[in-house]
Each structure stands twice: as C-alpha cells, then as structure tokens.
Design a protein around this ligand. Structure first.
Ligand code: AMP
Length: 280
C-alpha cells in the first residue's frame, strides 16, 4: 500500500497505474466500520482505491473541534492495509501557506440543516473535495449517507460544474443499538453514550407514526415529544426532500421525504437521518 504525503507523490503513483478505474474515499481519518463500508463499496466498483485522510481546517468554524479532532494515522493505515486499499493520500496541508485564496461557494443548499449553525462549513467541504478530485482525478467517489446534506451538495457540485466523476452514496452503518457510527462518538461519556441511540429511536418512531398520518407537523411534534424528556439539545428535527433539501410541509408524489436530526448530548454534536417511508 502506497502512502502519499503530497499531491506530487500521489500523481507520481497514479502515473504508474494509468489505465485503471480509480475510486476515491475522502475521510478525515479515525476510521470505523462506516468508513470501512465505503472502502468496500469502492473496491467493488473500481480497480484502484485511494483513501484520503485529511482533517480539513476550512470546514471547521472558530469554536469547533479542529484542534481536538482525533488523529490516529497509524491505526487508520492498519485498517486501510487490512482492507486492501491501494493508496492513502495523507497530506499535511492542502492549502498554500498564506491561506486559501480561491474557494468554492455553495448557494441555498447550505442554508438549512447543518449549514444554519455551521456558517461556511459546506464551502470548506466543496473546496477540499474539489482539490481532492483535481489531485486524484478519480472515476468514482464514495460518500456516506450519514452526512446526507454533504452528499446532496456534492451531487449538485459535480452536476453544476460538469465534473466527470460518478458520486456514489453508501448507507449509514450503525452500532448494534442503532447509534450511527461517527468518529465523534468517542467524545461521549458513559451516560451520554447510553442516551445517544435515542436519536435513531426517534427517527424510527416517526417512521411508524408516518404510517398512520401524513400530517407533517404532527409527525415532527411526535418526534420532539420523544426527545423532550431527555438531556438532549435538539438543534434541528426536520423533514425535507432528499435531493432539493427543501422543507416538506405537505406530502406530494414528487417529494422524497427524509427526516434529519442534529442534536447535542453534552458537548458532542450528533447527526442522523432516515427516509420517512422506509422501503420494506
Ligand atoms: P468523515 O471522516 O467523518 O469526514 O467521514 C468520511 C466519510 O465517511 C463521509 O462520506 C461520511 O459520510 C462517511 N461516514 C461517516 N460515518 C459513517 C457511517 N456511520 N456510515 C456510513 N458512512 C459514514
């Protein structure tokens, strides 16, 4: 397995395997079973798998956890090797020393959900993904549905900017109790960890409620009522169309409604989402 630490190392490596179909799996490291499922999907779809590991400063706000974000490269490299990854791209810095002077900007799709509290976050995401796409020039890139808004924005980026890259979404991998796996779950203490599955339980409870009524406000109220008794600070609980991310207030056959939640348990911000009407 090749470990490339600079874009030129990576280009040099990719130059040796020119004819193959390349898949990129962008990550910030601290790999878990969620990332592994992306790597396995990438392996099924391409000949060469490149995993990027880069904690992107541009997507963190001033008071966010950039400094404390877990960095465990040796463990990550062992996982990649065991999974048969061909190359890890692990740059020290992807921006010029005097900062990023040219960036991309998302319009509208970044306003709701996570974008409302994380100003500039998705601009940072699309900028780094664009750099990674330019450096790796993959045929395919695999992203998790766990970060649904990010996936929707990246779909739109490749479409609007005519990038010849196939974007593949990969289903959310969960702990046995339903908690969506995340590198940030390790911030949770024992009591917080015990409470964390409540987010997914609430989404499931809203799904069953939706089989009795299509009244969106009532479904949302039902969800909030599940969370209310617990020390869970709900940032948003919303039902939006899967692609446009527009708020759904009435059911309509052109809409694919999805439930989105972000909440803080203690100091840890957790995200989850699920279709309002799961396919059986
Ligand atoms: P991150 O390292 O958190 O930036 O995540 C890298 C990629 O892994 C993103 O595309 C995430 O959506 C995806 N991912 C993270 N957690 C999960 C999970 N539990 N299930 C599926 N994909 C995930």
């Amino acid at each position: 397995m090749m470990i490339a630490k600079t874009p030129s190392d990576l280009r040099h490596y990719l130059g040796t395997i020119k004819q193959e179909r390349i898949a990129l799996v962008p990550t910030m490291g601290c790999l878990h079973a969620g990332h592994i499922s992306l790597i396995r999907k990438a392996k099924r779809l391409a000949d060469i798998v490149v995993v990027s590991i880069y904690v992107n400063p541009l997507q963190f706000g001033e008071n966010e956890d950039f400094g404390q974000y877990p960095r465990v490269f040796e463990d990550d490299a062992a996982i990649c090797k065991a999974e048969g990854v061909d190359c890890i791209f692990h740059p020290h810095n992807l921006y010029t020393d005097d900062g990023a002077k040219i960036t991309l900007q998302v319009h509208n799709l970044d306003k709701p959900l996570c974008g409302a509290s994380r100003m500039g976050h998705f601009d940072g995401v699309v900028t780094v993904v664009n750099i990674l796409f330019n450096v790796v020039q993959p045929n395919i890139a695999v992203f998790g549905e766990k970060d649904w808004q990010q996936l929707a924005i990246i779909h739109r980026m490749v479409s609007d900017l005519h990038m010849p890259i196939e974007i593949v979404g990969s289903e959310i991998i969960r702990e046995d109790d339903g908690l969506a796996m995340s590198s940030r779950n390790r911030y949770l203490n024992k009591q917080e960890r015990a409470l964390a599955p409540k987010l997914y339980n609430t989404l499931q409870s809203m799904q069953s409620f939706a089989s009795q009524t299509h009244h969106i406000e009532n479904i949302l109220q039902h969800g909030l009522a599940q969370l209310e008794p617990h020390p869970i600070a709900v940032e948003y609980l919303d039902i939006r169309d899967e692609r446009s991310l527009q708020s759904v207030r009435r059911m309509d056959e052109n809409i694919q409604p999805r439930i989105f939640i972000a909440a803080k348990i203690g100091n840890t911000r957790l995200l989850d989402n699920a279709p309002l009407f799961p396919k059986i």
